[in-house]
Design a protein around this ligand. Structure first.
Ligand SMILES: Nc1ncnc2c1ncn2[C@@H]1O[C@H](COP(=O)(O)OP(=O)(O)OP(=O)(O)O)[C@@H](O)[C@H]1O
Length: 549
């Protein structure tokens, strides 16, 4: 009997002890000032939330899982591998239009680097992602998710540390990424003060913390906090910044510390492939030719994936076994997608009409038609289809200057005098149809050829496209965006492209389009006319017959 009583008392004692420990372990999480019961209720709510799970969104399902699944960015991926996967990884800036795979590639490259022998990234190296557009600059520095902040004792809820007057450093993303990669999407949107602080962290490889509540002689401050205030917190990571801005809009101080990598706008074939992959991953069947139709609406990979997502949901809702063009039309209409205008070359050659090449604001190359009409009598130059005066904004203010395209056209007229053309005897009208923004200098060779063709009445092949700046002495000078321009020329149906000699790359042999580099206007005229059967001398003779100049 006595034994039973003793055992019962022991059991009760043990049960009470277990209950006490369970309660106190849940109480432990409760901050100062939060009742234990409140904590329990909130904790239960949180656990219930964690148990509720929806299915994986299609955007997640279709996200590329390997670098090989990123379509149309072979050069960018190669450059990314070279910059991050070696024994000395670099900081990187990725430029490119929206939705072409910059984030997807950045997310995958660390895993690839970890597998390489000699890589300094350990198996546990973290990929920390942050979006600069969501980072608000707080000049009081109360909370800074990027660089970290100090929770000073005055703040509400400073807890036991606050009561003891201890400032507590809170690490930001720069410290969380220590030993790994910090990816900042839309890095061009960072506030200048945050940008400068980030540069300092890149330089020092530690994040420093400051607080007016910190005193090195305060004995109640734990040693680890003393160490953080004295030496900073380690922040040795590699930065990958992505931006849709152009390099000129990114601070020079950041650019000079990074390897710059360019992701291209996706052409129709690439978008078609992305749509095909997404449809396959979504596990739906679709009618033939649907992917091509999706590419007619989608400017990039993200648009293609979003359209597939809408189509899949619609098909499911309506119990359709196969997605057809009708569903696509509905989804495009509902999402306000416009069919993309992809310019094509003309059907036949014309006198005075030439295919120039340009780069639009979104980084995509474009065909740029240039038309010229030359009339005897009159004197001068009319240029239409361009902005006559340009406003330039720089750090110091705003300046106005005559349009680049107009200046380039005037240079062309001066140069044409070498070919027997006298500006006093003729009136030249140059037109840039289509409202495409014209980057004057790089359209120089196209203007030259259009006027030359109009003047000599020799038509220019409609399958020819060209880009290059023209010097007053007939040199063809290098220009930017040649890759994008070549892609646009090919997509538009051109078969031959003339580019400046200084822009030549061996890889242009393998583009599936004839690329010819020229250094002078003489070479340009030979390449443009001779192979098409019209002799250069024919043009010169023509000029001489007209007895002008
Ligand atoms: N080149 C591509 N190859 C395969 N899928 C792509 C490609 N580009 C985009 N996608 C699809 O679109 C989604 C969004 O692309 P991502 O976020 O990488 O674009 P981004 O270039 O970083 O755009 P943003 O500048 O707007 O952040 C990807 O998860 C992927 O499913």
């Amino acid at each position: 009997m006595e034994w039973n009583l003793l055992a019962g008392a022991q059991l009760l004692f043990f049960g009470l002890g277990a209950w006490y420990f369970w309660r106190s372990s849940r109480r432990k999480g409760a901050g100062e000032g939060l009742r234990c019961e409140d904590n329990i209720v909130e904790m239960d709510k949180l656990m219930a939330m964690e148990e509720t799970k929806l299915t994986e969104p299609l955007a997640e399902q279709t996200r590329p899982r390997t670098l090989e699944e990123i379509i149309g960015q072979e050069n960018g991926i190669k450059a990314l591998r070279a910059a991050l996967c070696g024994p000395n990884p670099q900081h990187i800036l990725i430029y490119g239009p929206p939705g072409v795979g910059k984030t997807a590639a950045a997310r995958l490259i660390l895993e690839e680097a970890k597998k390489r022998e000699g890589s300094p990234f350990g198996a546990g190296a973290r990929f920390v992602e942050i979006d600069a557009t969501t980072l608000q600059f707080d000049e009081r520095n109360i909370a800074d998710p990027l660089l970290g902040s100090v929770h000073d004792p005055i703040y509400q809820g400073a807890g036991a540390f606050g009561n003891a007057g201890i400032p507590r450093p809170r690490p930001g993303a720069v410290c969380e990424a220590h030993g790994g990669v910090l990816f900042i999407d839309e890095i061009g949107e960072l506030h200048p003060v945050q940008m400068n602080k980030l540069l300092k962290v890149l330089e020092d490889r530690v994040a420093h913390f400051q607080s007016s509540y910190y005193s090195s002689s305060n004995k109640s401050i734990p040693p680890y906090i003393h160490q953080i205030f004295r030496k900073g917190m380690p922040a040795d990571f590699r930065l990958i910044g992505a931006t849709t801005r152009s390099p000129q809009e990114i601070p020079e101080a950041l650019r000079s510390r990074c390897t710059e990598i360019f992701f291209e706008p996706l052409d129709r074939t690439a978008v078609e492939k992305i749509a095909e992959n997404s449809l396959r991953r979504a596990g739906v069947s679709y009618e033939e030719g649907l992917c091509g139709r999706i590419a007619a609406y989608a400017g990039g990979g993200r648009d293609a994936v979003n359209l597939v997502q809408s189509l899949t949901s619609l098909a499911w809702m309506e119990g359709k076994k196969k997605i057809t063009a009708r569903e696509l039309e509905w989804a495009a209409e509902a999402g306000r997608y416009q069919p993309l205008y992809r310019q094509k070359i003309a059907k036949q050659p014309q006198v005075g009409v030439v295919n120039g090449l340009g780069v639009q604001g979104n980084g995509r190359g474009t065909l740029l038609s240039v038309e010229a009409v030359v009339r005897k009598g009159g004197n001068g130059l009319t240029v239409t289809g361009i902005v006559e005066e340009e406003e330039l904004k720089n750090g110091q203010g705003t300046a106005k200057r005559k349009s680049n395209a107009r200046s380039a056209a005037e240079n062309v007229l001066t140069l044409l005098e070498q070919f027997g053309f006298s500006a006093q005897d003729f009136h030249v009208h140059l037109n840039f149809p289509g409202g495409v923004p014209v980057d004057g200098p790089s359209a120089g060779v196209a203007m030259f050829l259009a006027i030359y063709s109009a003047f000599t009445e020799i038509p220019v092949a409609h399958t020819l496209a060209l880009t290059g700046e023209i010097g007053l002495h007939g040199q063809v000078l290098p220009v930017g965006g040649v890759e994008q321009k070549l892609a646009a020329a090919k997509e538009a149906g051109a078969t031959k492209v003339l580019i400046p000699k200084q822009n030549w790359k061996e890889s242009y042999h393998n583009l599936g389009i004839e690329v010819i580099s020229v250094a002078t206007v003489q070479e340009l005229l030979s390449a443009a006319f001779l192979s098409e059967g019209a002799a250069l001398s024919e043009g010169i003779d023509f000029l001489q017959e007209k007895e002008i100049g």
